[in-house]
Design a protein around this ligand. Structure first.
Ligand code: GLY
Length: 589
């Protein structure tokens, strides 16, 4: 168990920690967030990159709605935040439309190619070949981002696609000034990225040295790809020159994505998973994300306890969070997958009486042990074996809100930082390594330590299970009140839940809710992850209750949120756990 905890801690801390430790940054981050609220009456964009937030805010200022701003921000991030912003990945967009009072979930997750098969990442011994699953030409699912963003813009935007794509094209064509964050990040990934000749050419100088802070990064091939997307309304990516470049890239190394796979890619509008906590309604992403289901499930469990009386981040509070997380992630391992391939019991999992049944199992004074917790709807859990973990991950979230009350909460990803590390030659963008989000071998954890079952096994055309949790919360009158989401792999769902609890239960401002120390538990490994700032008293009491807390500390996620106050003003909170994030008001882009 100890060995296992050590490797998982190393993995998760790789996932969570950036260039500075939170011990250095924590109080400063809180001060920055609290002292620089961005408030607006006419619209807001919050993303991981200030340049991209400005692009979105300019679109709002030019009369665009929240969807136009989101699409412009998404394409801009594909240029300025190459580790997670993307054309070669996929994601989920929650849209609330003010006029029709409708909330929509747009699924543009990657799809497994037609030639993918269940055991494709198993070696001759039957073990998962992590390098093949994560860093090879086979690691990529058919990308959905371009189709998803174009679908959103064409169906729900008010400006032309040309107008919302122009800023990204300009950034790629003329270049932009590298932030310290981007230059550090490219330097730290040089070994992996330089293994691929196209990535080396796109993200490093001609002599292979890294770009420095304040250098200009010009991406001509990417600019041309974006231009073709603009003129073809996205078709080029799936059936034109870009599609050909992707397929040629596959053929050079024996990859599986074919012309037919690209032509068959489909965006799906799904019914959001909605639930309630106290007198607030919330809607989040349904399967193939596990986010909405388990967010609602955990909140249902917690709703039966007086969390406020326990006190924020007290031992009693954290104990209750952990016990709800433990049970939700146990269910995740067995019941969650692509609903088009597996009958995910969504209604049962988010049923309040099921939550009451799970709540009854929680001893308020003592920790459960995860080995004793089985997925709860049936007694079918198999013992799980753990194996070596991988490295850090990236994903990115952005939120937009316009003056009419339309709201977008969008999370998209290449999976790991810079995805597979392989760029499409001639097209200028990186490919995802989302195939690793499938369960390559039931019971064997993926790059986030998440254990899955046959529900999430590899099949042609299937979408891998995700944790991405773009969420919109409504006030007791039914008006949208909060748009939020975060990167963080397996920690995404528990981070989003804590932001909601901080706002609804503890009445924090969105800046406070964002800066507060977070914890995470995911059933297996049986360990509480926590950020600095948790009191020694709470930790000591949790240990006395039987919880396991390792010594690793790091940042959990980077939430980008917009909160609408009772006075109607929008408060933007860019999470300063990762450098470079920015909230920008529409009147001040
Ligand atoms: N690739 C991370 C996620 O989808 O949750």
């Amino acid at each position: 168990m100890n060995k296992f905890l050590v490797f998982f801690a190393t993995c998760l801390s790789g996932l969570l920690i950036g260039p500075l430790s939170l011990a250095d940054r924590g109080p400063l981050l809180a001060r920055q967030a609290l002292h620089h609220p961005v408030i607006s009456e006419s619209g807001m964009v919050v993303s991981q990159d200030m340049i991209a937030s400005r692009v979105g805010a300019q679109i709002l200022a030019q009369g665009g709605n929240a969807i136009d701003a989101a699409v412009a921000t998404g394409f801009a991030l594909a240029v300025t935040l190459p580790r997670a912003g993307n054309l070669g990945g996929g994601g989920f967009m929650m849209v609330h439309l003010a006029e029709s009072n409708k909330t929509i979930a747009i699924d543009y997750r990657e799809m497994a190619p037609a030639e993918a098969f269940k055991d494709m990442f198993l070696d001759t011994e039957g073990d998962v070949d992590n390098l093949k699953a994560r860093f090879s030409i086979f690691s990529s699912g058919v990308p959905g981002t371009v189709a998803g963003l174009v679908h959103a813009q064409e169906n729900y935007g008010v400006l032309s696609l040309k107008r919302v794509l122009e800023p990204a094209i300009k950034l790629a064509r003329d270049g932009f000034t590298l932030s310290p964050d981007l230059s550090d990040s490219l330097r730290s990934r040089a070994e992996r990225l330089q293994r691929d000749p196209s990535s080396k050419k796109y993200f490093y100088k001609a002599d292979g040295s890294p770009y420095l802070h304040r250098d200009i990064l010009v991406q001509k091939d990417l600019a041309n790809t974006l231009k073709r997307i603009m003129t073809s309304k996205g078709k080029d990516f799936y059936q034109g020159k870009t599609a050909n470049l992707i397929v040629e890239q596959m053929q050079r190394s024996g990859g599986l994505i074919s012309k037919q796979d690209l032509a068959n890619y489909e965006v799906i509008e799904r019914t959001p998973v909605c639930g309630s906590f106290r007198d607030h309604r919330l809607c989040a992403m349904p399967p193939p994300s596990s986010g909405g289901v388990h967010l609602v499930q955990m909140l249902n469990i917690l709703e039966g306890s007086d969390l406020k009386a326990m006190g924020h981040n007290s031992a009693a509070y954290i104990h209750h969070l952990v016990e709800s997380m433990r049970r939700a992630y146990a269910d995740r391992s067995l019941y969650l997958g692509d609903p088009d391939f597996f009958p995910v019991p969504v209604e049962q999992l988010i049923d309040k009486s099921y939550a009451a049944h799970l709540r009854q199992q929680i001893n308020p004074k003592a920790s459960s042990r995860s080995v004793n917790i089985k997925p709860g709807l049936r007694e079918t859990a198999q013992p799980v074996e753990h194996n070596e973990q991988s490295e850090s991950t990236e994903t990115t979230h952005f939120s937009t809100w316009d003056r009419w009350g339309n709201v977008v909460s969008n999370t998209y990803t290449l999976n790991f930082s810079y995805g597979s590390g392989i760029s499409v030659g001639g097209a200028g963008f990186l490919l995802n390594n989302e195939m690793d989000d499938f369960s390559s071998k039931p019971g064997f954890p993926n790059g986030y330590g998440l254990v899955g079952g046959i529900a999430n096994g590899i099949q042609p055309g299937k979408r891998p299970l995700s944790s991405m949790t773009p969420t919109i919360v409504f006030d007791p009158k039914g008006e949208p009140m909060l748009a939020t989401g975060t990167p963080g792999g397996s920690t995404i769902i528990t981070i989003v839940m804590q932001i909601l609890l901080n706002v609804i239960e503890f009445e924090m401002t969105i800046a406070e809710a964002t800066a507060s120390p977070r914890i995470h538990h995911q059933w297996l490994p049986d360990n509480i992850y926590y950020e600095p700032g948790l009191s020694e008293d709470s930790k000591a009491i949790l240990r006395e209750m039987g919880h396991i807390l390792n010594d690793s500390t790091g940042r959990l996620g980077a939430a980008q949120s917009i909160y609408r106050n009772v006075d109607g003003r929008l408060h933007g909170a860019a999470d300063s756990r990762r450098q470079g994030a920015g909230a920008v008001a529409a009147e001040n882009p």
